[in-house]
Structures are given as C-alpha cells and as structure tokens.
Ligand binder design. Sequence first.
Ligand code: SAH
Ligand code: SF4
Ligand code: F3S
Length: 483
Amino acid sequence: MKDLKKYIDSMDITKEAPITDPERQYYYIKKAREYVKAASIEAGRPLTFCVTTFGCQMNARDSEKLVGVLEQIGYQEEVDEDKADFVIYNTCTVRENANMRVYGRLGQLKHAKKMNPHMMIGLCGCMMQEPHVVEKLKKSYRFVDIIFGTHNIYKFAELIATRYESQRMVIDIWKDTDKIVEDLPSERKFSFKSGVNIMFGCNNFCSYCIVPYVRGRERSRNPKDIIREIETLVADGVVEVMLLGQNVNSYGKNLEEPMTFAQLLTEIEKIDGLERIRFMTSHPKDLSDELIEVMKNSKKICKHLHLPVQSGSTEILKKMNRRYTKEQYLELVDKIKAAVPDISLTTDIIVGFPGETEEDFLETMDVVKKVRYDSAFTFIYSKRTGTPAAIMENQIPEAVVKDRFDRLLKEVQDISAEVCSVHEETVQSVLVESINDHDDTLVTGRMSNNLLVHFKGDESLIGKIVDVKLSECKGFYYLGEMQ
Ligand code: SAH
Ligand code: SF4
Ligand code: F3S
C-alpha cells in the first residue's frame, strides 16, 4: 500500500493520461483527488461515502476495491447512508427480490439528493449488466450519477473524474472482458481476514442462473499474482484467506500454463504466517480426488466445504444443467466424509424449479437427510429473464413452492441443530472476529468448520487464534470458555 501511494503521488496530471492500466487509474486517482478537494472546500467539510453491498462474497470483495479508491481520492467513510455525500450500491441480480430492493432504496435517495448539492449516486455490480435495467435507470432515474458494471470496476477512479468533468450521468457498461488489472487500491473490511479472487466469471450456464451473463466468461488469475497478493496480506496482519470464484474447482484451466485448484492450494499452503485457507464455491461436477487428497493432508485448509446440490432429483439436475446425478453427488459426499471425517458440509438448494414434482422434491429432502448438512441456504426459484429456465414449461404455482420451502427449511434446521451440537465439550481453535453484538463482555470467533462461538474476552483478542472449550450449543452457535 505504501508503494501504491508513492506511485499515485508521482503521476503528472498536467499531461495526458497513460494508456495502460493500472497506471492510467493511478493518474485518475490523483486527478479525482483534486476535484474532491475542491468540492470539500466548497462544502466546508470533508466529503463522505457509503458503499452498500448486495449479493455474494465476490461483490463484497469488489466493494473493498471501491472503498480503496474512494479513500485514496479523499472521501471519508460514513456508515449512515442518509448522511453520506457519495452513495454507492454494488448490486446483485441473482434473484428478482435483490433487484426490487435497489429500486426501492433509489426512490428514497432521490429525496436525499435534493437536500444535498454535493451528493452523488453510483450504481454498479451484476444488475447493471442487464440492458433492461440500464434502460430503466436512464429513463426514470436520471438523478443517478455513475453507472458501471462488473467488468470495468477497476476504472472507478476514471469514471469519478469523468463525472466531475462532465456534470452528466456517466454510463460505462462492458459486455465482457478478458482483462484482469492487478495492483489497485483496496481497503479491507477486516484486518485479519480477506477474500482473494482467484478467478472471475462462470462458464457453467446452469439453466436458472444469471451469473454467467452478468459476470462473463471464466478467467483465472495468474498464480503468481494470487500468491503475491496473499503474501502482502499476511505481511499486513491477515491470518485467514477466502479464495473466491464461482467454481473454484475449475481454476487454472484457461491459464497459459494450466494448473489445478489443488495445485494452487498446495502453493498457498506454503505461505508462512498464513493460518487458515477457505474457498468458495465448489461445483460438485469438478471436485477432484486430487483436491480431496490435498484437503485431507492440509494443516491450513478449513474443515468446511460448501457444496451446492441445488436439487436432489436427477431429473431436475439434468434440466438445471448441473451435470451430475443424485447418486454421483452422494458418492462424492461419502468420499469427502471418509477422507476428512470432521468436515462440515453446507449447501445451496433451490425449491420450485420449473417442472419440479412432489417426487422430485422428496428426492431433495432425501439428500438433505442423507448428507446431514451443517447448514443450507434454501432459495425459492426465481425466474431470471434471458436464462433457459425462464421459458421452460410447468412453472410451479407459488403456494406449492411455499409449502415445499417451509417443509425443507424445517428439515434443514432440525438436522442442522443436531449436527452442530456434536462438538459440545470439545476444545476448538477459534479465530476471534469481533466484540459480540449484544454483550460487549463477550467476543465472537469462528471455528475451522465455520461455526461461531461466543466467549468472555476483549478487543485485544480480535484477529488472534485461540483455543476455546465449547460448553453449550445454542442451535447454530456455541457459548464457550477460552482455555
Ligand atoms: N457459483 C455458485 C453459486 C452462485 S449463486 C455455485 O454454482 O454454486 C448462489 C446460489 O444462488 C446458487 O447456488 C443457487 O442456489 C442460487 N440461485 C442462483 N440462481 C437462482 C435463481 N434463479 N433462483 C433461485 N436461486 C438461485
Ligand atoms: Fe450460476 Fe451455475 Fe455458474 Fe454457479 S456454476 S454461478 S449456479 S451458472
Ligand atoms: Fe449476485 Fe452477482 Fe454474486 S448476481 S450472487 S452479486 S455474482
């Protein structure tokens, strides 16, 4: 980060902008600093920002990059959105309700903007990659200042500078990219753990899913860049990384020198000072024996695997284009449990996919009973325009879906409470993440298997890995005592 600041300071903004990135962005960061400085002198106070993130870990990581740029150009963080001068929504569109929330909140922002002449509104993320969304914004939400997508987030500083220069709505959406820009600023939410992108995009085209359309084709980051980033993070106090990709198990296939995900993990394991490695998400069809072997022998990979099943019915899985059967999934689970007996398994399940019969649904319930997940995210199928499933016949009536959803949720929760309680009275190593939300004499930490435990402690423990005895299971979390 120190070097980055030096680079940015050394840019000559009286000249033309460099053509290549990241230098071009360093130039615009310096330029935007001047604009923000002038605006804050005019306002008679420092200008503030608030970034709100919807959706998955990818978006959370992208937001850290947005915050990195905003802080570099002189904005200060403000947690209360109503008070911020620059409000940014990093959006998700995986289900329809995510979209509705954004439109609802935008309506409120229109009013806030009338009251604050320095206010800017930025929209980015997956929803912006949908042409009909941008059309709607252009027509009915003229007060938005900057709109950009998932492929050019690295251009954020340039877009802000452009907005200051043009005084008009700036829209920059790309359909796809094969470009990965390294060495840009980013501001971590936690000092001791960090997400690390290992790949972008998705090539799987599950028939219900919009992600491949809004995140583009799969591309892997160079292993050297990943290792270098993690080494820098570790030097800065990070002990746990979460490797991020829509399908980490297909990492490395499109690299000039192909490499498997298991090989990448083996390299990351060697980094001194790094204590814990997590990753998500794993697609069952690509989970190799090599990976299971690496997980079995690793000292750092956490005992947790998120393995989305989506449905337990082979028929539905076929329509979903998941490319595995119920039996293959269950075999895979057995293999993993045999290799890593204390592993915690979690999953994603969709209820009400077009054509799902009661029998299909019972197959899903059967998988849940057989695998006994530690926890499961359950979703009601949401029709996404442009995906193959949106035009499939036999969309399921809402009442039927709701009934299945409730039955599934109950089963998942009952099993989860049983599975989670098996660790009672054991001593686990725990990474302390925060002071407890409800009781400030307690701290909250995360075990290797991703379960939370609350125990007596203070702020000085945050970021440390300590041994905790799990005295009482409270369903989805524990109360414990530090040893
Ligand atoms: N790449 C990950 C998941 C990304 S989206 C994977 O393949 O597992 C996260 C979850 O959202 C998915 O696992 C799926 O369960 C859910 N999801 C995606 N599209 C959906 C839709 N149209 N309706 C309901 N849930 C959906
Ligand atoms: Fe969507 Fe499937 Fe890709 Fe996951 S693997 S992001 S569910 S298309
Ligand atoms: Fe949503 Fe985009 Fe993630 S659609 S789930 S934020 S990749």
